[in-house]
Design a protein. Structure first.
Length: 182
């Protein structure tokens, strides 16, 4: 049961209604996470603005891979369900690709490197090793792209933390637990 209060539909602040309408049009319903965020329109705006800006920094499959890897590292069941759904239904990723990304792996060496690096950023709170940087660079990522990877990981951390604190009810198809030791 959620621990933070989400506004009732008739109590959503006016400044958040348009955003929730856009989210509803995209998904066919308004996910609980966004309704909760609407209780503070400034926070909703921060999350939406950050997501929109970061949609331009890396290709969608790479961003989905990062989101899945980070959400797994943070044990965020809500975000795993949301990102698995979005990756599959909107991103064209297979169930196998999704499961591998969650485990910090991929059949694509470049995506495997980004998934591992994103999880290292989370696991070590940014204190990654020279070897971690060398690995992601050797996979073909430039320093500007590494900055993008870190920023996407942090954006996912933000929503992971919000949903973990809230214990947001899962309103996407649930995904099986695959918690693995990396």
């Amino acid at each position: 049961m959620p621990r933070l209060n989400a506004p009732a539909p008739d109590a959503v602040p006016a400044s958040a209604k348009g955003v929730l309408d856009q989210v509803g049009a995209q998904f066919g319903f308004v996910p609980d996470m966004f309704t909760t965020l609407a209780s503070n329109p400034a926070v909703l705006d921060v999350v939406m603005t950050l997501q929109a800006a970061l949609s331009r920094v890396l290709d969608a499959k790479t961003r989905h891979t990062i989101a899945l890897a980070v959400s797994e590292a943070n044990d965020c069941d809500y975000c795993l369900a949301l990102h698995s759904y979005v990756s599959s239904e909107l991103g064209g990723m297979s169930r196998k690709d999704i499961d591998l990304a969650r485990a910090g792996r991929s059949t694509d060496p470049k995506l495997a490197a980004v998934a591992r690096f994103a999880q290292q950023v989370v696991d070590f709170r940014g204190q990654v090793s020279d070897a971690d940087l060398a690995e992601v660079r050797s996979a073909g990522y430039t320093d500007p792209q590494i900055l993008s990877i870190i920023t996407v990981a942090v954006q996912v951390l933000l929503t992971n933390f919000i949903n973990n604190v809230n214990q947001t009810g899962i309103d996407f198809p649930d995904v099986p637990a695959t918690r693995t030791t990396r």
